[in-house]
Design a protein around this ligand. Structure first.
Ligand code: ATR
Length: 271
């Protein structure tokens, strides 16, 4: 029987995950289906259990359900535990396994697709909400020389780094604390771009060969990317590659093989 997968969210019609996973399956000759499932906010658990009852093997989880997916999981990977959020569920005879592939998706896009080393780099991560929490540990594990986490509410940034400050070179500050820092990689993990408001991060943020990375994506430059170009970032990228990267990591978890992300990234750019 065809193995069934899905992405669940609300809204969900805009999700590119069905296109991505269908492309992975075609590429590797896997017999699987992957659908978009809309759940009402108070009906997440029942929708997931209904999908399991129909024979579902796994699910991606997007907004606003990543915390509910964490609570629903019988077991969690270390990275889901660290992220305190789940974007990948696997339905197994041992129960529901919760994982989080967002951070690896980001790391692989920056390091392997864009080709910007993270090991030894000076990294600035802006934001301390769910998006930042999801990627913080994988970024630290990529071996930066320094990671500075900035947030408008600085106490949230401090709380986020607290568990890791002993083991990794990580510090926190307010939005102005990175000015003049000449970072190699600057990542926007805030939702500020969505409202087209700029982030006032001050001048001198970028090293000569710096990469500015916005975790969101859209048509053309986001406001953060446009500002980064003006401020002299050598390269800018949006989060489309991260989206493909997290999907590829979910595919690895479910199917045990790694798809070619570059081909699918190129395909998505055409949409
Ligand atoms: P997400 O899950 O997308 O991270 P979130 O948990 O609501 O969403 O977090 C939103 C992040 O964007 C926070 O870091 C928030 O800063 P505060 O913690 O200070 O609220 C940040 N953010 C949103 N709008 C912003 C703005 N206009 N300027 C600066 N930061 C902003």
């Amino acid at each position: 029987m065809t193995d069934q997968y899905a992405v669940i969210g609300n809204p969900i019609a805009q999700s590119k995950s069905p296109i991505i996973h269908a492309a992975f399956a075609r590429q590797l000759g896997h017999d699987l289906s992957y659908e978009a499932l809309l759940a009402e906010v108070d009906d997440f658990d029942a929708t997931v259990r209904g999908f399991i009852a129909r024979g579902g093997k796994g699910m991606n989880v997007t907004a606003p359900f990543k915390l509910q997916a964490l609570a629903l999981s019988d077991r969690l990977s270390a990275r889901a535990q660290a992220a305190q959020a789940v974007n990948t569920l696997s339905f197994t005879p041992d129960g529901i396994l919760g994982d989080n592939t967002d951070g690896l998706g980001l790391v692989q896009d920056i390091r392997d697709q864009i080709g910007k080393p993270l090991a030894g780099a000076r990294v600035l991560l802006v934001g301390a909400g769910g998006a930042a929490r999801g990627v913080l540990l994988p970024l630290l594990q990529a071996g930066p020389r320094q990671l500075l986490l900035l947030n408008r509410s600085v106490e949230k940034a401090r709380a986020l780094i607290a568990p890791w400050a002993g083991a990794y070179p990580v510090a926190a500050g307010d939005l102005a604390a990175g000015a003049g820092g000449r970072f190699d990689v600057v990542i926007n993990a805030t939702s500020a771009g969505l409202s087209a408001q700029g982030l006032d991060l001050g001048a001198g943020l970028y090293a000569p060969d710096a990469l500015a990375y916005d975790m969101v994506y859209g048509k053309g430059d986001t406001p953060f990317m446009a500002d980064a170009r003006r401020q002299g970032a050598a390269r800018v990228a949006d989060g489309l590659g991260m989206l493909v990267g997290q999907a590829a990591e979910s595919f690895v978890i479910w199917r045990g093989v790694r798809p070619d992300v570059a081909a699918v990234r190129a395909l998505l750019r055409q949409y």
